[in-house]
Design a protein around this ligand. Structure first.
Ligand code: MSP
Length: 540
């Protein structure tokens, strides 16, 4: 059972805020989708959820790209932030707010946090010389730079030695407290492999980190950012500005209840900022720390790393083509269950997409739903039959089977195994298939003296499908809401108690069960991958 104290607390989930100079691609959509699924699960469980995503706008690259498009930085940011918002809406993401770091509500808070840290002595003025990774806009320590051959560990670009007068954050002072926190809270950095990495790196020793950049009056590009309070010759380093979004947006009287965040979902490339620098900043501010920093791995494509130089990023138009060809929910399902949620990378290979689609959706959910609805239509005129009066078949104690699937799913959500939680729903549907094969209702139907038994079998199938659908909803809200309509059991997420929704027997005997069209048509494995150009030729 989930911890009741934890369950009654509001739940705050975040994604990274994305660099606004990029176009949305699979990496952005994936992290936001995972957060959406976690948020939907928690709302279904009855928790008060706040889910935040947004854009990170004060990077130097924004100034450069804006100039290349003959726009001011804010015009360029407005245009691209709107694209991210539209992409996430098209992806069915249910975020409660969308932060942009150029918004006054964020800027004012960042200034206040910096002032507090200056006052406490955690931020001070000093000189810095180090290895600068231009592509990531971050300094690397001597050790890390040497290990990486003085190239960016992320992009391979040559590092440059740079010296500047900067404001520094006393990160080194938090070494022991960080290690103690991670040790006392094993779920703080997940998955485990990522925690070990961070612990290893902290144990190598921490140095204070620069948190500002100088403004060069002759170069307007260097003025893009939030001014350091009390020193107009410096602006806040973009990473520090960005990390503060998690707090700034809920740092209001109405939203304070959401802090500390339950989970920051991120990709593994930005773990250091989230698992070392961010918690140390929060400690310095005297704020409680988030429950979990969850770093997923990478999507690769047809076995190859995606990169700008290879030009093989799975971009948003291609994702839209998949959604148009196979349905948005099928795409969400594939990304959520076959993605790199754990410590290993995952391949977006078209053949794998079609295989998953056919196995889980066309032959799994779609087939179970239509088989059972068809038999109820044929033998009971489309009304849910009566469950009682018949001994359950050996090995098929349905209330126990369905109850275990629900509890397993709930436990997996709590431990951030979102893919595992969703797959509990599919496993339950496979049990329905197995039950149909074992009990052969189409044969039982031939014997008029066995009508009660037939009704009982089909009731149990329909009820197990209803319960499986609750577990599947967070990944496939549109298809599942369609299914709920067909089963005459609409769900008011958040308003209906999850325990009563998930309790065996919710399906009312006599309720109308509609056949409807197939939820998922079987896909032809020979079809080429959908692209924005050919999508009209793909199955619908
Ligand atoms: N702006 C920073 C984050 C600041 S958070 C306070 C940033 N932005 S980003 O636009 O580069 O977004 C990166 C996010 O997309 C990361 O979580 C990253 O891991 C994810 N992905 C980028 N490429 C990816 C894949 N190929 N696969 C999965 N996710 C990847 O970093």
């Amino acid at each position: 059972m989930p911890d009741p104290a934890q369950q009654s607390r509001p739940c705050y989930l975040t994604t990274p805020i994305y660099y606004v100079n990029d176009k949305p691609h699979i990496g952005h959509c994936y992290t936001t989708l995972l957060a959406d699924i976690a948020a939907r699960f928690q709302r279904l469980f009855g928790r008060d959820v706040f889910f935040l995503t947004g854009t990170d706008e004060h990077a130097d690259k924004v100034v450069t790209s804006a100039a290349a498009h003959n726009l001011s930085p804010i015009q360029w940011a407005d245009r691209n932030a709107a694209e991210f918002e539209a992409a996430f809406r098209a992806f069915g993401c249910s975020n409660d707010d969308f932060v942009r770091t150029t918004q006054p509500r964020h800027i004012g808070k960042v200034e206040a946090y910096i002032r507090r840290l200056q006052a406490s002595g955690d931020i001070y003025l000093g000189d810095y010389e180090g290895w600068w990774d231009e592509s990531q806009e971050e300094y690397l320590t001597e050790t890390v730079a040497r290990e990486a051959g003085f190239k960016s560990p992320v992009t391979g670009r040559q590092l440059v030695k740079r010296k500047e007068r900067n404001y520094f954050f006393r990160l080194a002072a938090y070494e022991q407290r960080l290690l103690a926190h991670i040790d006392a809270n094993p779920g703080f950095i997940r998955p485990d492999a990522r925690r070990n990495e961070i612990v290893g790196r902290i144990q190598q020793g921490l140095q204070d980190v620069p948190v500002s950049r100088g403004i060069d009056p002759s170069n307007p590009a260097t003025a893009w950012g939030i001014r350091v309070p009390g020193d107009p010759s410096h602006r806040v380093y973009v990473w520090i500005d960005a990390l503060f979004n998690y707090l700034s947006i809920v740092d209001t009287p109405e939203r304070r209840k959401y802090w500390p965040a339950s989970g920051h979902l991120i990709g593994k490339d930005i773990l250091w900022f989230h698992a070392a620098i961010w918690p140390a900043l929060l400690m310095a501010l005297g704020e409680p720390l988030p429950g979990c920093v969850y770093a997923h791995s990478w999507w690769i494509r047809e076995g190859r790393k995606m990169s700008k130089s290879l030009g093989n990023f799975l971009d948003f138009p291609t994702l839209e083509a998949y959604a148009a060809a196979y349905s948005l929910d099928a795409l969400r399902w594939f990304l959520a269950t076959q993605g790199p949620i754990g410590a290993t990378d995952a391949d977006f290979a078209h053949a794998r997409f079609v295989e998953t689609y056919n196995a889980d959706l066309a032959n799994g959910l779609g087939n179970a739903a239509s088989r059972v609805a068809n038999m109820i239509a044929k033998y009971f005129g489309g009304a849910a039959p009566d469950p009682g009066g018949v001994t359950l078949h050996a090995g098929h104690d349905w209330p126990a089977i369905a109850g275990a699937a629900v509890e397993n799913a709930r436990a997996k959500v709590e431990s951030w195994d979102l893919a595992g939680a969703l797959l509990e729903g599919i496993a339950l549907l496979r049990r329905v298939d197995g039950y149909i094969n074992a009990t052969e209702p189409f044969r039982v139907a031939k014997d008029p003296s066995r009508t009660r038994e037939l009704g009982s079998i089909l009731y149990h199938c329909a009820e197990a499908i209803r319960i499986a659908s609750l577990i599947l909803w967070p990944a496939m809200p549109a298809k599942i809401e369609d299914l709920w309509g067909r089963l005459s059991c609409p769900v008011r997420v958040g308003a209906d108690s999850f325990d009563s929704l998930a309790a065996w027997g919710g399906l009312r005997p006599g309720a109308r069960i509609e056949k409807g069209d197939a939820l998922f048509m079987r896909a032809d494995t020979a079809m080429p991958p959908p692209t924005p150009e050919n999508v009209l030729g793909a199955p619908s």
